[in-house]
Design a protein. Structure first.
Length: 125
């Protein structure tokens, strides 16, 4: 399960505070990162769940960063196509907000193209 699922769930209950002190260091080049996988289908169910949460709970921030939400909608389609029908029920993961559903429908062609690229990349390796 992506850590963004947890952060999205707890974020509304806490205020963000910024301090001018290093409290944690993240290493982006680490070899064992969960977020960088060669096979997006492997983690598709968790990623689909996260994208659904973003489109349901964070859409009020759309105008602060519209590109982020447009890409998340395309990723929703990408990961939905990777998930086996036996793994999840589509109705459970369909965005509950009208805005989220609209974004998914509008960005479906980009998501399908992304999914086709994933399939091609997996077959060529």
């Amino acid at each position: 399960m992506p850590e963004g699922v947890v952060w999205t769930a707890i974020a509304p209950h806490y205020r963000t505070r910024f301090i001018n002190e290093v409290v944690r260091t993240y290493f982006q080049d680490a070899g064992n990162q969960v977020t960088r996988t060669r096979n997006p289908a492997r983690d598709a169910a968790g990623s689909l769940y996260w994208k659904t949460m973003v489109l349901n709970k964070e859409l009020r921030w759309f105008w602060q960063n519209p590109v982020y939400f447009v890409i998340e909608a395309a990723r929703w389609t990408r990961f939905r196509l990777h998930v086996d029908k036996s793994q999840v029920q589509q109705e459970r993961f369909w965005p509950g907000s009208a805005g989220g559903r609209l974004l998914v429908v509008l960005m479906a062609p980009m998501g399908v193209a992304w999914w086709l690229y994933d399939c091609w990349k997996r077959r060529s390796h």
